[in-house]
Design a protein around this ligand. Structure first.
Ligand code: NDP
Length: 330
């Protein structure tokens, strides 16, 4: 079965040498196993992080082994009572057309009634839970607060704006084009949006939040994080969700220039990884499914067709070429 194998560690963006598409054997499922046909791969910025050497929050992908990612699959052969044939399941699996698993790390995928499969997967698998956890449990967002969100037109940012708005907060987005900024305000709950490529972000944040920011939700890092640090209220909080501007870096990345604001403003900065919070997923999924059903939550999907396109598609995230959730359809 076609499978992407990790061959050469990239310095900088993924290249044609990083992976090779190989035909790997597909065993018959043994007792307690299922065969799964992959329907959608979720492409996530952290896929690039897994290709690096050294200590991570999870296992690195090993050279010579299959690339992996979050996926939505359909059981095509079953010898497992929890996953009968035809079941849709999601979890972390290989970048392969088909694979055999004992089901560990997979859960039945609850397709909400009437929902579009790709949009539901895009909301419920990674981006929705990440935004929900990062804003509410980790960030402690309250109604009436000002929350600034970088990477706002990416999958996590689009979820975060809508969830923040549903909580009665005032979300300000930061994204890379005027079209993305307009869509954030017109369709995805943002009260205002700033183009970090054409505007002075620190100044624009001051204009949109003259009394300062209560919570900053960081997806990007670098100069955008400094601009937020310059505008925090006393005792404000920062949730560090990701630092995508550094994932392709070949040299050590400098820390925030305005580090001193942490003391000046008595800030609390907290990082998190969703995998530590799986016990919260049932309750979070309920919230997300309810908001999907009542129209509070929408996710644009950017779908690339064909397993063979997965590696080059992953680079779109780092070029800002996606709006919303980047998926590969098989
Ligand atoms: P997104 O769909 O958000 O896409 C990435 C977007 O980031 C791009 O479209 C681009 O938009 C922006 N971007 C890329 N490079 C840069 C740069 N150098 N400077 C500024 N903006 C940039 O990707 P994901 O949803 O996969 O990930 C979003 C973030 O959430 C990542 O940091 C990821 O690591 C993090 N994450 C963290 C999790 C956790 O458990 N902590 C779980 C899941 C995701 P633009 O046009 O605006 O530049």
């Amino acid at each position: 079965t076609p499978t992407w194998i990790y061959r050469t560690r990239p310095t900088g963006p993924i290249t044609g040498e990083t992976f090779s598409l190989e035909d790997t054997p597909l065993p018959e499922p043994a007792e307690g196993e299922v065969e799964v046909a992959t329907r959608y791969l979720s492409l996530d910025a952290t896929n690039r992080v897994w290709l690096t050497e050294g200590a991570l929050y999870t296992d690195n992908v090993q050279i010579g082994g299959p690339m992996r990612g979050v996926l939505l699959g359909e059981v095509t052969k079953s010898r497992h009572p929890q996953f009968p044939e035809g079941t849709h399941l999601s979890g972390i699996g290989p970048w392969a057309a088909r694979f055999v698993t004992d089901g560990k790390g997979f859960a039945p995928f609850p397709l909400p009634k009437g929902a579009d499969m790709a949009e539901a997967f895009a909301i419920l698998s990674v981006a929705g839970p990440t935004a929900h956890l990062g804003l509410l449990k980790i960030g402690g967002l309250q109604a009436g607060e000002v929350v600034s969100i970088s990477g706002a037109a990416g999958s996590v940012g689009i979820m975060a704006g809508q969830i923040a708005r549903a909580h009665g907060a005032h979300p300000i987005g930061i994204a890379g084009t005027d079209e993305k900024c307009a869509a954030l305000v017109d369709h995805y709950g943002y009260a205002a949006a700033i183009n970090y490529k054409t505007e002075d972000v620190a100044k624009a944040l001051r204009a949109h939040a003259p009394k300062g920011i209560d919570l900053h939700f960081e997806n990007v890092g670098g100069p955008v994080l400094d601009a937020a640090l310059a505008n925090m209220k006393d005792f404000a909080r920062l949730t560090i969700c990701g630092l995508i501007s550094a994932y392709n870096a070949t040299d050590p990345v400098p820390g925030p220039y305005r580090f001193g604001e942490i003391v000046n403003r008595r800030l609390t900065i907290r990082g998190f990884i969703i995998l530590d919070h799986l016990a919260d997923f049932p309750a979070i999924t309920q919230d997300l499914a309810r908001w999907m059903a009542d129209g509070t939550l929408r996710m644009p999907t950017h779908v690339v067709d064909g397993l063979d396109k997965a590696p080059e598609a992953l680079n779109l995230l780092f070029e800002g070429a996606n709006t919303g959730k980047l998926l590969v359809r098989l």
